[in-house]
Design a protein around this ligand. Structure first.
Ligand code: NDP
Length: 293
């Protein structure tokens, strides 16, 4: 039996791992599909104190190595089930078929990009990550769908690669903060279409255009959806209160803790996740110290 299972290896989970291992508790970090979480698909981070302009992948490496240096053990697997035995210990089952026993769980499952759910979305050329796929569209026209911070970031990134970036905003205004929007719109190859919703993506083998609900056809070869996040909270559902938007409001059983983006739709920031991971780990440490096993 180990002391703590941390589920998710984004900034929140890695920060928790640093605290629990430093406090002397045996810690397994279940990495999920990619160690480092969404951070690994972030191009540049400019708003993390003390590390201006760091590349997302490099930051993830720093976080991982820091957690490992205190003895966190990384399990490269996706957790498939969490149950509780009669003694109140947590049974964590993973995709390799293994089940391990823990005194406490810190659940930091993060969130995944929301999809539009319109026809043609499966075509090559439709993407949710410009850092991952943007380089394929060098010199092409592309669209970014959404009007929040993520859409502005995606569009900014693509404006360095594509010949033209058209932002398709379904309403009549941006949700992203004004300075970022101003900076984006100062780029000569960026255009915005407000009141524009995608009806379908067009193409046979790959994307060649987008049809809007007002009938407009746009010819383009890449489309990046940035319309919000879906929290990965399902596994926590038996042991936590989930709000109507799917984010976790609070844990409901002893020894089960929740941290990071899976709890917070508003402040999706690395600094916030790191702070939350630390705060929650401190609660978990107190709980482990007080509880007699
Ligand atoms: P948001 O929820 O902030 O924005 C989603 C955007 O997508 C809105 O413009 C919304 O339009 C639009 N949208 C939603 N559904 C559809 C749809 N079906 N069709 C077309 N458009 C749609 O999501 P983000 O991922 O941008 O950000 C989530 C949180 O993370 C926010 O709190 C944000 O501030 C934060 N964040 C911060 C960053 C930073 O500060 N560097 C970077 C990335 C995220 P509508 O307004 O009409 O609902």
């Amino acid at each position: 039996m180990r002391d703590v299972a941390i589920i998710g290896s984004g900034p929140a989970g890695l920060s928790s791992a640093l605290y629990t291992t430093r406090a002397g508790f045996d810690t397994h970090v279940y990495t999920g599909e990619s160690t480092g979480g969404l951070l690994t698909t972030t191009e540049k981070v400019d708003n993390y104190l003390g590390l201006p302009g760091i590349e997302g992948g490099a930051m993830a490496e720093l976080f991982i190595e820091h957690a490992k240096s205190f003895g966190a053990v990384f399990v490269s697997a996706v957790v498939t089930n969490i149950s509780i035995d009669p003694q109140g210990l947590f049974l964590v089952q993973d995709s390799s078929g293994q089940t391990n026993l823990y005194k406490a769980v810190i659940f930091s499952g993060g969130s995944k990009p929301r999809k539009l759910g319109v026809p043609g979305e499966e075509l090559p050329g439709v993407s949710w990550c410009s850092v991952c796929d943007g380089a394929f569209y060098e010199g092409d026209e592309v669209a970014v769908i959404g009007g929040g911070e993520s859409a502005v970031e995606e569009a900014m990134y693509m404006s360095n690669i594509a010949s033209k970036v058209t932002l398709l905003v379904r309403g009549d205004r941006f949700r992203a903060a004004a300075p970022a929007v101003e900076q984006l719109l100062s780029r000569p190859n960026v255009a915005v279409r407000f009141n524009s919703s995608v009806e379908r993506f067009i193409g046979e083998d790959s994307l060649v255009g987008v049809k809007l609900t007002d009938g407009t056809l746009l010819e383009l070869y890449g489309a990046f959806e940035a319309i919000g996040q879906i929290p990965q909270s399902a596994l926590a559902a038996p042991w936590a209160e989930i709000s109507s938007d799917g984010f976790i409001s609070r844990a409901t059983v002893d020894g089960f803790f929740v941290a990071g983006d899976v709890t917070n739709p508003e402040h999706r920031q690395i600094a916030v996740a790191v702070g939350d991971g630390a705060r929650v780990a401190m609660d978990a440490i107190k709980w482990l110290q007080m509880r007699k096993f």
